[in-house]
Each structure stands twice: as C-alpha cells, then as structure tokens.
Write a protein that binds this ligand. Sequence first.
Ligand code: DX5
Ligand code: ZN
Length: 218
Amino acid sequence: DRSIKIAPSILSADFANFGAEIRAIEAQGADWVHVDVMDGHFVPNLTFGPPAVAAFRPHVTTVMDVHLMIAPVDPYIAAFAEAGADIITAHVEAGPHAHRTMQAIRAHGVKAGVALNPGTPVEAVDYLLDMVDMVCVMTVNPGFGGQKFIHSQIEKVRRLRAMIGDRPIHIEIDGGVTVDTAPLVVAAGADVLVAGSAVFKGGSVDNPMPYGDNIRAI
Ligand code: DX5
Ligand code: ZN
C-alpha cells in the first residue's frame, strides 16, 4: 500500500558508509530516513549526536526523521533542528515537560513527534495531540535494532487512531516491523513504518537491490 510510508532506520546501516547507505535506500524506494539518536542514559546504547546528523543531511532528499531517545531532551532540541531534522520525535517519558518539548520543536519550525515506550499508556499523549504532527508507538523497548515485535501494542495503535480522530497526525511504528507484523499495525491505523533489520538484511552499498525488494515486501 503506497499511502504507507517506509522509513528505514540507519541504525541497521553500515556505520562506515552512511552517505552511501542513505542514497542507496532512497534510490531503492525509502519514503523517509529514520535516524535513531541514543544517549546511553534514556536507553542502554549510544549512537549519534548533532554533528553526525548534520553530516547525514545533504544525503537525504526525502524526509529526515530524527528519533531522540535522550533525557534530558530539551537542551538539545535547537542543535538537532539546526542539524537539519525535518521531524524531531521526543519521548513522553524523557522528562516532566513533554508539552514544553513539543512547543520547543515547533518553535524551531520543525515538525513535532512524540514517542511512547511499550509500557506507557496511550492516554499519556492525550493532551499533546493538538500540538504534534506524529505519534510514534514503540513496538520494542528502545535501544537496539533487531528485537522482537511486542504484539500488545497493536491495541494501543487502534486506541490512538480513535483518539486522534480527524486530526492530520501520522502514527509511526518503530521496532520489529517485518512482512508479518506490518499488516497488523497498518490495519490498526498506522501509516509510517520504521524498519531497520528488515530493510537492510541481505544487501549492502555495493549490492543495494535487496533493500528495494525488502521495502516493497513490507
Ligand atoms: C529502536 C529504534 C528503532 C530500531 C528499529 O530503539 O528506535 O528505530 O532501529 O530496528 P528494527 O526494525 O530492526 O526493529
Ligand atoms: Zn527509532
């Protein structure tokens, strides 16, 4: 279904070849490019800071979707906006002031997303829905690629879609998206699917065709 956007996560790319990997996934049909920022504190892994994200920017011709798994998050919003993010998603669990965080993202002229960990009830974003462009439902506990999809989150997606009503808000799914799990979340109301291992498996910058096959299969 081509109204569904596929956002490959470069967490599963070759870390020595980000520019080429981004160009390869876009050439193979990626709709967005998903960038996972981890701080070793909010999640038990470390990835990229603002200078790396700024270096990715010129290679992205679609949408650079920056997922911040960091706490505190507010002190870094300006830097990720200046690095060229099109969408910045922050976690509702990242601090006591998610409302202020969403205001700060939009004040920089960037689209705002709010993410929910698997254990967080959907009601946590109720009073944020009038100030976001996207809600990201984590279908794994964030920190690593290649984990198993948590099926209890399908019900959360369904409830979120009903809460959103006719507001123009994307529902993004992040974690464990495969050819088997993608149809389940799309049926529940999701329209943006992040996929790391399921997109990059079997391919490389020298052999990028599997990326396209994997994207089309999802
Ligand atoms: C997990 C990240 C995801 C991850 C998805 O903390 O936010 O974006 O890269 O990887 P897969 O698709 O392999 O579960
Ligand atoms: Zn992510």
